[in-house]
Design a protein around this ligand. Structure first.
Ligand code: BG6
Length: 274
């Protein structure tokens, strides 16, 4: 039950707030001027075990199928700590910090020491997520990571601008291609890893527009399961593919290597242009 899982709320005013579950460090709602920007499936499971289907699950330390552990890593099903409760900063923005550290359980799967700080900042029409991953062990490690962001859209009208000219790996039909379209529109199962993408994309949802800005995340994954795949997912409604698109900034096409004591920093900044 949703009510049994711990959650924190960043509240700017009655119409502007962010909800984050400690389960998976998953942001499940960002309301800007009363408008919900993120998609969460009506069939999402809040049992503290399964990853929440929607919002912004944190993928770490592995994107995709993983021979050592669960698909997309353990961060999206781990219980994060509240490092800093939501608080107003000097500019009036609301800031909260979550923390995930290695445990006996994570070391059984992936034997490395790390600290992962996740800083969430809510402004009037802007919500940003900063990732700081530190190697606290004595040996190098490699990881892949992304912010698996699900947006609320009308898929018949949604357009993603900014990927034209980028090379992408087509995980549905295979092969590497170059994106030809200025505006990407989805009308089938799409699962593509775009490499070295621009730091600014624009998502036209059919209702409002979102500027998606990233820093130090080289790649962007675009995903929509469409009908047949949706039917195979127990925590996703058969027709919900019509209401969502995932645009996921990350470090995934090649792994990121961290030396002892080194910290990887990256950001996603979302601006509602409504
Ligand atoms: C995307 C992957 O990021 O996540 C897809 O590129 C995957 O291959 C999708 O199907 C959803 O993954 P999951 O594990 O949440 O069902």
């Amino acid at each position: 039950m949703a009510s049994e899982l711990s959650k924190i709320v960043l509240k700017k005013d009655d119409l502007t707030e962010v909800h984050v579950y400690l389960h998976g460090g998953t942001v499940t709602s960002w309301k800007c001027k009363g408008k919900e920007i993120l998609f969460v499936s009506k069939q999402a499971v809040f049992d503290g075990k399964k990853a929440i289907r929607g919002g912004i699950p944190v993928v770490f330390p592995n994107f995709g199928p993983w021979k050592l552990g669960p698909q997309h890593g353990f961060a999206r099903t781990a219980t994060w700590k509240v490092h800093k409760q939501p608080e107003k900063d000097k500019d009036g923005n609301i800031v909260a910090v979550l923390l995930l550290e290695d445990t006996e359980e994570t070391r059984k799967i992936w034997n490395h020491n790390f600290k992962f700080w996740y800083t969430l900042t809510l402004k009037n029409c802007e919500f940003s997520m900063e990732v700081n991953i530190q190697n606290t062990g004595a040996e190098d490690f490699e990881f892949t990571s992304l912010l698996h962001t699900y947006y609320n859209v009308d898929i018949e009208k949604a357009k993603l601008q900014g990927l034209q000219g980028c090379d992408f790996l087509d995980k549905v039909n295979g092969g590497e291609h170059k994106e030809e379209n200025e505006f990407l529109q989805i009308s089938a199962n799409v699962d593509s890893v775009y490499k070295q993408t621009p730091n600014e994309l624009k998502l036209l949802t059919g209702n409002h527009n979102i500027r998606i800005t990233k820093e130090n995340f080289p790649d962007t994954v675009v995903w929509n399961p469409w009908f047949e795949k949706a039917k195979q997912m127990s925590d996703f409604g058969d027709n919900e593919y019509q209401d969502m698109i995932c645009v996921e900034p990350g470090f995934v096409a090649a792994p990121c290597k961290l030396q002892p004591n080194e910290t990887f920093t990256a950001k996603q900044i979302l601006t509602c242009l409504c």
